[in-house]
Design a protein around this ligand. Sequence first.
Ligand code: WA2
Length: 269
Amino acid sequence: LLRETMDRAEERLVSMCEERARMLQEQFGVTVNHVHALAILISTFHFEKFPSAIDQDTFAKYTARTSFERPLLNGVAYAQRIFHHEREMFENQQGWIMKTMKRQAAPPQDEYAPVIFSQDTVSYLARIDMMSGEEDRENILRARATGKAVLTNPFRLLGSNHLGVVLTFAVYRPGLAADASVEERVEATAGYLGGAFDVESLVENLLSKLAGNQDIVVNVYDVTNASEPMAMYGPQSPDGKVSLFHVSTLDFGDPFRAHEMRCRYRQKP
Ligand code: WA2
């Protein structure tokens, strides 16, 4: 009888965990696809039209109206690639000076990625050189070399200080071949479009709507380095051994990274 109860408890845990993992992965996927489409929108209306058909106002309006397409992002922003020799002219044209993530004047670098367009929900990103933040910088370099969606490590986001990950797509100047080399991609890079998955609050919100939510504890980890999982969501795991748990793998669309969801019962079933 005990055996049967345990089997049923395990079955229920597996199905609740898989349901949550599939739902999170699905929402991640649609969000990534829509940011990809926004990157193409920028290259079409900002770089293939002279003069550009996008300014801060149109970007803010369009991204606010389409935010339902990106349910797990707290907002999106576009950072322009600027070389050091262009900096003075760029700052004069914009009428402002770029700053670092720590809100200081940006020191001289070979190149920069100041945010020129931002959704109102992340207006604190405006004028920040995104290359001044370690995680964002790594994302930018990998995004432009690959042409694919890339994700950072989990880290504390600007603005909310919530745990989350940043998504970045490179925006290329027109005419880049689909089979371009890494060098050609880097050369053709015009800027970067991305945003932050506020995992701490938006995943909480997603899970809270599901039946049985009070019964289980859900954790999400970045397990890119299998021996050193990085917490991405959920309470700290107890030190003691949990006899009944389930691991569901997650595919967030960045082949360089691996993620998983681990579920257990809040109390012994
Ligand atoms: N977006 C929101 N919050 C953040 C953040 C970010 N990056 N970095 C730290 N906190 C404009 O890669 C280009 C967005 C980065 C894109």
